[in-house]
Write a protein that binds this ligand. Structure first.
Ligand SMILES: Nc1nc2c(c(=O)[nH]1)N[C@H]1C(S)=C(S)[C@@H](COP(=O)(O)O)O[C@H]1N2
Ligand SMILES: [Mo]
Length: 325
């Protein structure tokens, strides 16, 4: 589906319609393969489909490295990052998303951005992908359960998208709603969370350069189990703030409710900054296990304040982070 003009009639002023080299190169590979294997017509319909398929999981997605915002720590092996997941819409076992997420249809896909903005819009995913040059950033991601990974993500700053819709002066929070479709997501039969999965950030957190709107990892289009076709990665917060498979972004005057906070408010606060000094009520957050690197019985690593992303500390000056956990 290609929405040239969104239903609400408001179009985005694109900084450029130039296809990022990454996407272009990926498409060229794909078209070359198509041409070699099949005789395909050149009607509009086929063209649209080729474009859609060019973004299928596993498709190469090159991006400009951003060393300044990347850790040089050893990367988690691809097989661990794609087989040890939390994506409850596909089941609660770590291996469930890799086994079940093949039923997720990532095209057609739109993301609606609305609320306290001057230019609300419904964007087709392939348009969203081209809004800004793609970067590769190697981030640590720390799960509230006590494990972490180091993953080369591909995306662009969320701030870029938010600026384009022109937030009003009332916008103080951002709410992210993710897909909840029973026909694609077997995990929705369980009442483990109140679906859809919803997360939120304060406006300044969302606008922080580290907050990454993510469409790929390890140089390829996001595997379904990692939140295709578009997710958030907020590296200084526990992993559950990094919502997967986003369909709606709403700017709000008030703090939104969030799925994890609803399910257990004393365990999962709205802020959920990685904080070794604030224990989860049922376990310590002082240390972590690095998936894929350390064996289960290896000594654990010390968890760092803000997951080591000290540059966000100034967002919280004057706030008691034990109270706002
Ligand atoms: N929609 C949705 N997003 C989600 C989750 C989920 O269950 N559903 N789990 C979160 C949690 S708890 C973590 S740790 C990260 C895991 O991301 P990864 O599997 O890519 O490492 O995704 C987050 N995003
Ligand atoms: Mo998590």
């Amino acid at each position: 589906m290609f929405i040239k003009r969104p239903p609400n009639g408001i179009d985005l002023p694109f900084p450029s319609e130039i296809t990022p080299r990454a996407v272009y190169e990926g498409r060229r590979d794909f078209l070359a393969r198509i041409a070699a294997t099949a005789a395909v017509g050149t009607g509009i319909w086929e063209m649209a489909n080729r474009e859609a398929f060019a973004q299928a999981a596993g498709q190469r997605l090159a991006a400009q490295a951003n060393p300044a915002l990347s850790t040089s720590e050893k990367q988690t092996p691809f097989k661990d990052a794609t087989r040890y997941n939390n994506f409850y819409e596909f089941g609660t076992d770590k291996s469930d998303p890799a086994e079940n997420a093949h039923t997720l249809r990532t095209r057609p896909w739109t993301v609606t951005i609305e609320g306290e903005v001057k230019k609300p819009v419904t964007l087709d995913i392939d348009r969203l992908l081209k809004l800004a040059p793609l970067e590769e950033r190697i981030y640590r991601l720390r799960c509230v359960e006590g494990w972490s990974m180091v993953i080369p993500w591909v995306g662009y700053p969320l701030s870029h998208l938010l600026r384009q819709v022109e937030p009003t002066g009332n916008a103080r929070f951002v709410e992210f709603t993710t897909l909840a479709d029973r026909s694609q997501m077997p995990g929705l039969r369980s009442r483990v969370l109140d679906w859809p999965y919803v997360e939120g950030l304060r406006m300044d957190e969302a606008m922080h350069p580290l907050s990454l709107l993510t469409v790929g990892m390890y140089g390829q289009v996001l595997p379904n189990q990692n939140g295709a076709p578009v997710r958030l990665v907020v590296p200084w917060k526990y992993g559950f703030k990094s919502a997967k498979s986003i369909v709606r972004i709403r700017l709000l005057g008030k703090q939104p409710r969030t799925a994890w906070n609803d399910s257990a408010p004393n365990e999962y606060g709205f802020y959920s900054n990685v904080n070794p000094n604030v224990d989860h009520p049922r376990w310590s957050q002082a240390t972590e296990r690095r998936i894929g690197e350390d064996g289960f019985f290896q000594p654990k690593r010390k968890t760092l304040m803000f997951n080591g992303y000290d540059q966000v500390a100034s967002l919280y000056t004057g706030m008691d982070l034990k109270k706002f956990y």
